[in-house]
Ligand binder design. Sequence first.
Ligand SMILES: [Zn+2]
Length: 130
Amino acid sequence: MLHNYVPAERKTEVSYDLSFLYGEDHGGFCFPCDATGKVLPFRYEEAERNYEYCMAHPEEFETFAEVMRFVNRYTEPAHGTCSCGEEVELYDQYCGACQCPKCGQWYNLFGQSLVPPECWEHDPAEEEYW
Ligand SMILES: [Zn+2]
């Protein structure tokens, strides 16, 4: 069994862009911001220069400094810590099971330890007892 088992979870992430658009299909600029339109810290100097340009030229944009909201829904897979210490993400790697990338231990999607897949197969040698 995995330690610290965390079941799969549906997540919703909301993000905002401050948009400056030239008009239909003519592109423009978008800057990550918070819900109030406050621009988040710039990662690149060029982005900051573009933002300053946009703010200084409102006449160029059909859409000026409008906050756009984006919703991203995704499933964070179940995960936990293997007995070897490795953090294992549980996904359907093979027949609803997956393997620890470090030590090779197999787990089902509930984090229960499994014997390796080669032991799951029916052993044809047993048929000889029929
Ligand atoms: Zn492991």
